[in-house]
Design a protein around this ligand. Sequence first.
Ligand code: GLN
Length: 490
Amino acid sequence: MTAATTPLHYLSLADAAAALAARRISSAELTEAVIARAEAVEPRLRAFLSADPASARAQAQASDARRAAGGGLGPLDGIPIGLKDVIAVRDQPLTAGSRMLEKFVSPYDATVTGRLRDAGAVLYGRHNCDEFAMGSSTENSAFHPTGNPWALDRVPGGSSGGSAAALAAGEALATLGSDTGGSIRQPAALCGVVGLKPTYGRVSRYGLVAYASSLDQIGPFGRTVEDVALVLQAIAGHDERDSTSVGAPAEEFAAALAAPSVPRRLGLPREYFGEGLDPEVAAAVEQAVSHYRELGCEVREVSLPHTAYCLDTYYVLATAEASSNLARYDGIRYGHRCAEPRDLHDLYFRSRAEGFGAEVKRRIILGTYVLSSGYYDAYYLKAQKVRTLVRRDFLRAFAQVDALLTPTSPIPAFQRGEKADPLAMYLCDIYTIGANLAGLPAMSVPCGFTRAGLPVGFQLIGKPLGESELLAIGHAYDRVHQWGRRHPNL
Ligand code: GLN
């Protein structure tokens, strides 16, 4: 499909920006098309937790007015963009997929929200997610599951499943998610779109509901690598309100794509291609590797020897941090309060018992355990040390190669209800958590479909603050194949 025959709601962000700039379409028309699309598919897909069409229409009109008044508008001006419901938008609900925050309305904008507003984006839709971003299927949402647009009885991945599904279904032109162990990249792979987790500290988390603060990053979903670069450019950069935000100046990420850069050396970590990898996923990823070889890039096997410990390390550190971060939801300072408490203890106990779902409770209990006196050294401290070893593995590999290429998810989208065992669900993150533990930028790029028509993605992992190079490498594949421009039959 060419840009001229593509329905407005399925345009790439870059194509829509060009059409807006050329006055071929207005933001009001584009936004109306996205709202109409959402109204048509939401009863079946359920990617949204809330939406405010009136506000979106007003923002679109404001953008059109700015354009009519002349002046150079940026590429996001007038573009409908949706947010995972863990990112604060002033005067909008912010539930984190939890009963605990069911009635919470955010009094302020997250930094990324403010930056999207400054860029003129039309904020539309709060997307479903696993409760407090804990999960890989969006089934842990306290409200309802979300379908995969390519097969409605399958999961969209998680925890940012709503944001990936909404984009794949044409309910936004780009979306933002959060990624603590894979929550942007895995749903991107399962829904057939691009998803980027930036370097830890690259994007401010001010206004993000915290899950595991040493791992959490906000990042974009887009239909193409170029779209992801455009959104990253708007949201990245130092923020004094997030003490972990890096001082590195924001880069011209989209401009980096214009330079015809071919990666010189790509590494395939041998530990990422072993047992548990679905053969159809392996075949699609292998095709992407062949593409890079044909581009003249040197592909070599590398080793990340501590990979086998990543999952255990992650589930110690993430749960420890979650147990601390979620202590604030006590029914007094924040969140759901039980009816008629007998005393303070009863209030705490019942408010938290009623407000949190099973997976969140499991993690709070596990996290409290690994931090408790007597177990701290054996679990938490040990995990911190292993984390250092994992990071060293990556940095050593980057002495030999410019980026690593791996599958994003070992399997394509699975059936809802299929992974009832928590451990089976945790194994979905096996290839994505390394980049979080090491704080590295990583991106999932769609690379084909299984015979059953389910999307497959490959992952590129880059050097610290190497987003420009990572995007250029991803673009070298994506500009030719553009799998993210294919659309489900919904
Ligand atoms: N699936 C992982 C978890 O449940 C990662 C989630 C995330 O990245 N937010 O912790």
